[in-house]
Each structure stands twice: as C-alpha cells, then as structure tokens.
Design a binder for this molecule. Sequence first.
Ligand code: PLP
Length: 385
Amino acid sequence: MIKGNFPVEKFKQLYTPFYYYDIALLRATLEAIKKETANKPFHVHYAVKANANPRILKEIASYGFGADCVSGNEILAALECGFSPDKIVFAGVGKSDREMQIGLDNDILCFNVESIPELEVLNTLAAAKGKTARAAFRINPNIDAHTHKYITTGLTENKFGVNEQDLPRIIEVVNASSNVQLTGIHFHIGSQITDLKSFEDLCIKIKELQEWFNAQGIKLPVINVGGGLGINYQHPNHIPMADFESYFRLFEKNLPLQERQALHFELGRSVVAPCGSLISRALFVKEGIQKKFLVIDAGMTDLIRPALYQAFHHIENITSDKEPTPYDVVGPICESSDVFAEQIVLNKSVRGDLIAIRSAGAYGEAMASRYNCRNLPLSYFSDRF
Ligand SMILES: *Cc1c(COP(=O)(O)O)cnc(C)c1O
C-alpha cells in the first residue's frame, strides 16, 4: 500500500494524538495559487476558520495573501500572524457590536454584510467612530453546490446572505447610510465542491446581477466569489493538491471583469486540508461478531468531520506492512458517531501501531474540542522536526 512519507521513528517518541503538517506541501500549494493568480486582478483571502494554527497563518500571510474572517477574534488572530488589515474581509450572519468594532478600528478591507439590520448597525457604529465602512452584500444566488447539506450555503431559505428580491431595498438603505460605502457583492455557495460546474452556474448568476447593478448606475469594484473548492480525500498520495489551474481558469473564462473591477476568492479547505494529518496510536483491536474494531486514541474531539458530516478521510497504518485487513476505525469518545471509517482496509494492526488520518489540515484542529475533558491535540511541523 502506498503511504504518506512520515518520520515514523520520531513519531514513535511522541504523545499521541497530534496534528502533523507537511510545510513543503503547504508551500507548494501556496506557490501554485500564487502562480495562477499572478498578473491578474485576482485576490485570494485565506478562510481562517479552516485552520487558525498560528504557524499555518504566518506561513500563508508570508505569501502576501489576505484573510477571510468570520469572527472578531479571527481578525485579531490574522493581524497577529501578519495579515495586512487592508486585505482582511469579514463575513458572518451574526457579527456582534464588539466584532464590528474590531473590524472598524483596524480599517479592514471589507465587511461582507449578510442582512439589512446588520448594515444599519454597521452604519451606526462607523458613524460613532467617524469612519466609513466598506461593505459587500452577500447575495444568495440559489445555486446547488451538490455537496453535503450541512456545507451547502447558497440555496434560498438558508440563513446566509440576502435574496435577490431584496436588492432594491438594500440599495435604498445603502444610499441612506452615510457611513457605509457599497464596494461589491459577495457569494459563497458551499464547501468541498468538486464539480466545477457549480462555479460556472455561479458565474452566470453574477453576470445577471452585474447587469442589474449597471442598470442602476452602480459600479462594483469588487466581486467576491467566496471559497468552496474541494480536494480529493480518497487519494492524498496521488492527488495532493486541488486543481487550482482549472478553478481559476474557469472564472477567467466565465466571468469577464469590468474596468477597475477585481475578483476576490476566499479559499480555505483547498489551501490547508492536504498538508495536515492526524497521527494517532492504536489502542486495542476488538473482535466483534462480523468485524474487527480498531480503537485508536484520536477521537471526534480531535477531528469531528466524520461524525459531523459523514466525511471520508483516507487512513493508513504507517508502522505495519502486514496483510491488508478490514477494520472499523473508531475513537474513544462516548458517542456512537465517534467513528472515523467503517470496513476500510489497513495493514494488519496491533496495539501501539501509528495510524495516520490524512487530509485533515482543514476543519480538523480548528474544530477540536475538550469534550470528555480530553487534551487538545498538539501540532508539529515537518520543517522543524
Ligand atoms: C467557510 C467559508 C469559506 C471557505 O470555504 P472552503 O470551502 O474552506 O474553501 C469562504 N467564505 C466564507 C464566507 C466561508 O464561510
């Protein structure tokens, strides 16, 4: 079986579970994104919620990318790790006054506003500081991203964004708000999107909306298409990177920009998912009636994606070369959903073997919890090991 290239001997000395980040792969990914967006009016804001580990944030910031934040504390974390405030955008349906003030105090590039009441509060808070906030309205394009229902966000009657029919009213409110300047429109249709056709549908919708704004005599310097580009979770060793070339080319081809207009992206998962693995130890092999359970010391508190969205992660036993054997790989948490995979094939495993759960760099460490009073997983980086 082909496996990831891990410093197994060093791993054996460490307390498990922990996250291990392949910094060379992260850098290659950042280079690829840079290459595809260079010399184009394309701006990438990394979605901090995917992984807010300071080391990862610093690495991404050092390439000059911006940050997409969904809380005031994410703005502070991004600033601390070197992201420039004029490249920070701030989304979220429920921004508190304190959070909006953090954005205003730091003169961030843009608030991605999700409702009229939010716009009104932003205007009041900005006025109190004698500032003008830049805002892009998040519009719900009613596009099906063909992904899991918990991570599809662009359909009508979704808590995110405003609907198209509210636009005339929004323009009225914007015009009456002297401390908010409308700079663009924003979209985000879902996550782990592997059928790029959904992004083509988005482009068609954006072109229609552009025409409407043009007819109103409104110029939009910023079109923000959000994130959502998926990765290949099945074959991390063969396909270690998202197809950035096709992704960016799709927008170049399908979304002609107007003069002085820039296209903004908010990629999260595709930037960081492949570079992270959750490393765990096998505790017990438990013989069931029909199957074998491999009980490992990592649980849903370390990586919740399988329990939360039935997500698939490729799993490898990195210390065994013995015969392939089917297992249910389960964690120690007192929840029936604490299962990483059912009936997958691993090299025959014994207590103490090291188990790597791959492509765990996004929505892994960032979603870890202390449920069952467990320790939060530690993190290690391939270049300082
Ligand atoms: C989560 C999120 C993203 C990033 O999504 P990925 O699927 O990780 O690329 C981008 N924009 C917004 C508004 C988000 O909520």
